[in-house]
Ligand binder design. Structure first.
Ligand SMILES: [Zn+2]
Length: 348
């Protein structure tokens, strides 16, 4: 087993790629993608850009088949990439596309290029389902358990690769090139694109097949994943006015994104049109909030309360450090206990 897994990973990092930056290459690439069998998933999609969201800039749309990666240069070719055929592929609900955290891709594609992404299987969600597949009782998605649900962390692509793919080369590229972007994300807009960034972009899509093959489950769960991914696709795209705050961008799985175990649709609890969480701006049943929160207009969903709690803990630590250095620590220990118990209703 481990041998075949290693072979697949090896093949993934040797993918051939084409930089699509001329009209001729665009037409050839689209022709190839259209000819790929719809019995999939046989496509993996990712975008790269600066300040990646509806307010940022798109540099590349990268699409991999199982043996080739096409990097569509949006800086050079602009909207015509979508108008000449890519929109149709990205919007086709029957053509399954592997992605990893599709939320910001969906946001920028819709708000800047009028592309309504569909047909996604999101590997970040698949990982959550996969690692909890044997938990019979602790479904974080159950209708009765909604208010008591534990908060689930989502993994980054790098973390997933380290955990599930036997591919040292790809993780090395992710780490080394990724650290460059953290320093200067505008690098994605530079032309010609440096070769290590091309490699990085290829890793981001080609490894999704490896992760999918490793974690895929039975047909019913794959339908469940498709339903969950559709909700994930629209999560940020549907926000009228984005805030870009910690409640929009954090490492937790938003509530009510994955249907309950054994279901391929959402329970009434998960589809509630109740009060809006003031953190993530999503609607939840009234019982998800305390009466005091509702009365004060400060109702936060389980995840947003967890995020707020993390901020409080961090702030408290910083204050503690400052107090330690100023030698006056008698008052801070009291402050410390009041902050650390302030969100005690969250039984993580
Ligand atoms: Zn919330």
């Amino acid at each position: 087993m481990s041998k075949s897994k290693g072979a697949r990973a090896h093949r993934a990092r040797e993918y051939m790629h084409t930089l699509v930056d001329t009209r001729e290459r665009l037409d050839t690439a689209l022709k190839t993608l259209r000819s790929v069998s719809e019995e999939g998933p046989n496509l993996a999609v990712d975008g790269e850009g600066f300040d990646y969201s509806r307010r940022g800039r798109l540099s590349l749309i990268v699409i991999a088949t199982r043996d080739h990666v096409f990097l569509f240069d949006i800086v050079k070719l602009g909207k015509r990439v979508f108008d000449r055929g890519l929109r149709k592929i990205l919007e086709d609900p029957t053509r399954e596309k592997l992605m990893f955290d599709c939320r910001e891709d969906s946001d920028i594609l819709w708000h800047q290029y009028n592309v309504e992404l569909d047909g996604v299987l999101d590997i970040q969600l698949l990982q959550v389902m996969f690692c909890r597949r044997d938990d019979s009782d602790l479904s974080p998605f159950g209708r009765q358990r909604g208010a008591l649900a534990p908060c689930v962390k989502v993994l980054s692509l790098l973390h997933c690769l380290e955990q599930y793919a036997d591919d040292v080369t790809s993780t090395k590229i992710k780490k080394s090139v990724g650290s460059t972007f953290a320093q200067s994300p505008e690098q994605w807009m530079v032309r010609p694109i440096p070769s290590d960034m091309i490699k990085y972009a290829c890793v981001d899509v080609s490894t999704l097949f490896v992760l999918y093959d490793k974690m895929k489950m039975g047909k019913r769960n794959m339908r469940r994943l498709k339903v969950a991914s559709a909700r994930y696709v629209s999560l940020k795209r549907s926000i009228k006015k984005r805030r870009y705050d910690i409640f929009e961008r954090n490492g937790y799985l938003p509530l009510n994104v994955i249907p309950e175990k054994g279901h391929v649709d959402f329970s009434p609890y998960q589809s509630s049109k109740g009060p809006k969480c003031v953190g993530c701006q999503r609607r939840f049943p009234r019982e998800a909030f305390t009466k005091t929160q509702l009365r004060n207009g400060e109702q936060k969903c389980k995840v947003c309360r967890k995020v707020k709690h993390s901020i409080d803990v961090q702030r408290n630590k910083e204050e503690n450090c400052e107090s330690d250095s100023s030698e006056d620590d008698s008052d801070t220990s009291e402050d410390d206990s009041s902050v650390s118990t302030s969100d005690n209703d969250d039984d993580y």
